[in-house]
Design a protein around this ligand. Structure first.
Ligand code: NDP
Length: 232
């Protein structure tokens, strides 16, 4: 597959694995990262997804340097975990701003070029906890549940223009994000996972690569969670 793929938060974790996989598949990959740097010889633009001006600037730069974005992977995300009773306004605002509002703004900007090109693919990186719920993650789970509504609404808005919008819902993946969990939390989580292990980032990248080119799939939520969220 060829075309320009923009992967937000592509400098580490799931985003980096996705960028590497898409490059192997033949995409011209541009990583959006806050530092404007990316490892592994990948091309990068500076992009803070919580900042509307940064999103506009990054897309303009990608279009000028590489061309229009045919595949957007809205992967950048963050947590600020604590019980709701203790959650600050800032914990609520920054997680929703980054994970949900950021993804909406990215999709809106990406659509400009995709409508002109009469096609494109948007993959939003959600989470199993958006559907399952997770104590201590009200802000994060809400942001990820919101992405399902975004994808399914936008899929209806732009399907006739050849633009597909889907969500990946990973379970627990070995990255810096889950490295923050202590042993007790890790073993409690593992007990609920039928495959009895965490995912590797490359296994999430496999599903993104599938959605990137799955021409008749839109508005879907693809679980990649070792069975953790079955039935949701
Ligand atoms: P990491 O914590 O390893 O990496 C997060 C990435 O997001 C980094 O590249 C980080 O950039 C970037 N990022 C965070 N905030 C911003 C911002 N405001 N602007 C631009 N980039 C930002 O996370 P993962 O790789 O684990 O997670 C990637 C995605 O997958 C997230 O959306 C996460 O919610 C989701 N996910 C992860 C799961 C897991 O178990 N790991 C499970 C389910 C979903 P920087 O290096 O600058 O901090």
């Amino acid at each position: 597959m060829s075309g320009i793929a923009l992967v937000t938060g592509g400098n580490r974790g799931i985003g980096l694995a996705t960028a590497q996989r898409l490059r192997e598949d033949g995409w011209t990959v541009v990583v959006g990262s806050r530092s404007g740097q990316a490892p592994d010889g990948l091309d990068a633009v500076a992009l803070d997804v919580s900042d509307a001006a940064s999103i506009e600037q990054a897309f303009t730069e990608v279009e000028e340097r590489f061309g229009p974005v045919a595949l957007l992977v809205a992967n950048a995300g963050m947590t600020r975990d604590t019980l709701l009773m203790r959650m600050s306004d800032d914990d609520i605002d920054i997680v929703l701003q980054t994970n949900l509002a950021g993804s909406i703004r990215l999709a809106r900007r990406a659509m400009k070029g995709m409508i002109r090109a009469k096609g494109g693919s948007i993959v939003l990186v959600g989470s199993v906890v958006g559907l399952l719920g997770s104590a201590g993650q009200v802000n994060y789970a809400a942001s990820k549940a919101g992405l399902v509504g975004v994808a399914r609404s936008l899929a209806r808005e732009v399907g006739s223009r050849g633009i597909r919008v889907n969500v990946i819902a990973p379970g627990f993946v070995e990255t810096d994000m889950t490295a923050e969990l202590d042993e007790a939390q890790r073993s409690a989580i593992l007990n609920g996972i039928p495959l009895a292990r965490y995912a590797q980032p490359a296994e999430i990248a496999d599903a993104v690569a599938f959605l990137a080119t799955a021409g008749y799939v839109t508005g879907a939520v693809i679980p990649v969670d070792g069975g953790l969220g079955m039935g949701h």
